[in-house]
Design a protein around this ligand. Structure first.
Ligand code: SAM
Length: 276
């Protein structure tokens, strides 16, 4: 059988704060590869210095992913072994990685995951919120329409929801979430594995109160919707009660009419008519 001379791509998880979280296998791989592709080479250099590893580094980040993928694939095809790392945690999880991995698959290059820290998993496992089924939505989009779609998805999700957030956007995200997750449990996990690691628990209003000007890296774990679906009971309540149900949730009039129409399988006009 012909020997496969291609190199391998190792996708290596690195610590999310505490350097003690690097695994023995990650160290072994970083020592043995020919090249390390890093999201920020200066950042990774600090980790390598700490581990007393000296290796050639190339940058591989969001803005050069396409070009760098070509270079990395050429090197892999020539037989070089490469480790891919991001600034923190697991590459590909809200971090670059996807493009080179898809291209490796095309070129039949072996890809080996080297497990380790991933912020969302660590926030989830100590959240006390259902871990059986969950959805990871990464960062909420900034674009208004897309953001609204995600907020609706969060409102309707029966599964636990995980969000990443930047500290300077936390306040506006919590404000946006307010109407969509009213009484549901939320855990804000901050600075995981670091000195100021902290978990703030409560409903959205309590979290808003306790997180004014909060700094550091943070994750939101939101309980899924545990209420019985109201739709089943809509026939049993009057239109007025139906309206008040949504009004109490702080939803505005136009949106309420839309929702009622959907719940009752009627047109918006029919709902307006009934109110008149
Ligand atoms: N690839 C990383 C992972 O495996 O979790 C995530 C990278 S993403 C660009 C950065 C976001 O992850 C931060 O904005 C924050 O939401 C979350 N994060 C990373 N490190 C964290 C930490 N130590 N504590 C809390 N959240 C963290």
């Amino acid at each position: 059988m012909k020997e496969n001379k291609k190199g391998k791509l190792y996708v290596v998880a690195t610590p999310i704060g505490n350097l003690g979280d690097i695994t023995l296998r990650a160290i072994e791989i970083l020592k043995k590869v020919d090249l390390i592709a890093a999201e920020d080479t200066r950042h990774t250099l600090k980790l390598l210095n700490h581990l007393e590893i000296s290796k050639p580094l190339v940058s591989y980040h969001r803005h050069n992913e396409e070009i760098k993928t070509k270079e990395l694939i050429e090197k892999l095809l020539k037989g070089q072994n490469i480790a891919l790392v991001s600034d923190a945690g697991t590459p590909g999880i809200c971090d670059p990685g996807e493009v080179v991995i898809k291209n490796c698959i095309k070129e039949k290059i072996t890809i080996i995951p080297i497990p380790g820290a991933c912020a969302m998993i660590n926030a989830l496992i100590v959240s006390g919120i259902d871990t059986k089924e969950f959805i990871f939505l990464g960062f909420l989009p900034i674009h208004k329409k897309l953001r609204k779609e995600k907020l609706n998805e969060i409102q309707q999700s029966k599964k636990t929801i995980i969000l990443y957030e930047a500290p300077h956007k936390l306040e506006s995200t919590l404000k946006d979430l307010e109407d969509f997750v009213k009484d549901r449990k939320i855990v804000l996990a901050r600075e995981l594995t670091k000195i100021h690691e902290e978990f703030i628990r409560g409903d959205v209003r309590e979290i808003i109160k306790e997180t004014k000007n909060l700094k550091g890296e943070m994750i939101l774990i939101i309980e899924g919707d545990k209420k019985e679906k109201e739709e089943n009971n809509f026939e049993k309540i009057t239109l007025q009660e139906h309206y008040e149900l949504y009004e109490k949730q702080g939803i505005e009039k136009k949106e309420i009419i839309k929702k009622i129409a959907k719940d009752r399988n009627l047109s918006k006009n029919e709902i307006y008519q009934k109110f008149i």
